[in-house]
Each structure stands twice: as C-alpha cells, then as structure tokens.
Design a protein around this ligand. Structure first.
Ligand code: MG
Length: 238
C-alpha cells in the first residue's frame, strides 16, 4: 500500500521561496518592458496547484504567450534560482513531525512512501532536502508537470506504485496526505483515501468540510497519524 505525501504545507513550509523564485526566473527571462509590467504574486492562487499552471498564470499577468520552449527555459532558470535562494536564505522548515511520519511509513513492512505534488521533481526534491528529509526516502514521486490538473496525479501514483510492487494497486490501497481541498479532491476523484493536515493555509474545520477520511491538526503526534493511516487502510495487519 502507498502513502502519497504532498510537499508544501504538508511536509514543510518555505516562506514563499517557490513563488519568489518563479517571479525572479520570469523577470530574468522576460525583462519588464515598463514600470507597470510586473507580476502580482498576491493574486496568484498556489494552494494545491500545479507549478506549470502557476507559470501560466504569471505569464498571463504580463500578456506573455506560453510556449513549450518558454516552459523549458523557465523550468531550468527556476530550478537554478531556487537552489541559490534555498542555500542563501535557508527558508525551508520541516513541519513538526513530518520526517517521523515519513520514516514510520518507510519502515512499515506493508507501506511505501511516495511524493504527490505540484512541484517539478528538481525543485520538489530541493525543498524536501532543505527541510532535512531525505528525498530518497520516497520510493517515487508524482510531479506537477505530469498532468494537466491535480486530479491527473493519483492515477499516475497508482500505476507507479504498482510498478514498484510488481502488482496492481487498487485505489483504496493508497492514501494521499495533503493540506488543501485540492489534495482531498484529487484523492476522492481517483477513489483513494485521504488524510488532511491543517498545517497549510486551511483550518481543520475548512478541510473537514471537504470530507477527507481523517483530519489532523498537524503531523506532530505520530500516534494520531498512524491511527489515521490505519483508519484509511483497514487492510493493514500491523
Ligand atoms: Mg500543499
């Protein structure tokens, strides 16, 4: 069985380094043409969204046409800038209990941890490492560039998990752990289980309204987390 961890707001927070690195990358690739030709990060919705969609939103603010080549150039520059920002500012902080939760899943004989996130793999792994969690603790990742919407990610996770285990994984053998209604929605749309954690911008009450299988204030209490996983996966025998 697999546990698919979201990154931002679930395992860590990063003082907006992603959005700032995106802005800096775009301004270096497309220097502002006038004083009011700039990005307005305050109106960009990032919660649970895929990085390529945020890139499109930022381009649209300045009437720049999104192209495949432009995306590749952006992705490379964004990765470089995020790496230097993380090294210079150390903005990434593990959310309390996250690494213990990942380790518990990693060491459980019937479970496999993976990442399911809107990040690109190179920047997602940078953030995870910046939080002091080994990105290689996860068997695989499902990344923001791999589907057009977040709902497209869990089916990839099920397929990839099946490849790792050498057998088909049913949707109810997978649990998404995430901090936004988008995490709950994408899990539900694929028939996966979902644990919501209120360590992002949504409260327990706001998340509970979207009817996850379990809601946790945070991951700091390993017992509560493991009980939530058992509740989601009653097939677990240990
Ligand atoms: Mg998140």
């Amino acid at each position: 069985m697999i546990v698919l961890f979201d990154i931002d707001g679930t395992l860590l927070r990063s003082r907006g380094v992603g959005l700032r690195a995106m802005q800096a990358a775009l301004e270096s690739l497309y220097p502002p043409r006038s004083a009011d030709d700039h990005h307005d990060l305050s109106v960009i919705d990032t919660a649970g969204r895929l990085d390529p969609l945020i890139w499109r939103d930022l381009l649209a603010q300045r009437d720049i046409e999104p192209t495949e080549a432009g995306h590749e150039a952006f992705r490379a520059r964004y990765g470089d800038l995020m790496r230097s920002m993380i090294e210079a500012e150390r903005p990434v902080v593990e959310l309390e209990g996250a690494s213990n939760a990942v380790s518990w899943v990693r060491d459980h004989p019937q479970l496999m941890p993976a990442l399911l996130t809107g990040n690109y793999p190179e920047t997602g792994r940078l953030k995870v490492a910046g939080a002091g969690i080994d990105p290689d603790d996860f068997a695989f990742g499902v990344w923001g560039f791999e589907a057009d919407t977040r709902r497209g990610l869990p089916p990839i996770g099920l397929r990839r998990g099946g490849e790792h285990l050498g057998r088909e994984i049913a949707p109810d053998e997978a649990v998404v752990v995430g901090d936004t209604p988008a995490d709950i929605d994408c899990a539900r749309a694929s028939g996966c289980r979902v644990i919501a954690v209120a360590t992002g911008r949504f409260t327990e009450e706001e998340l509970a309204a979207h009817e996850p299988d379990a809601t946790l204030r945070d991951l700091s209490d390993l017992d509560r987390f493991t009980r939530a996983v058992h509740h989601c996966l009653p097939q677990l025998t240990t």
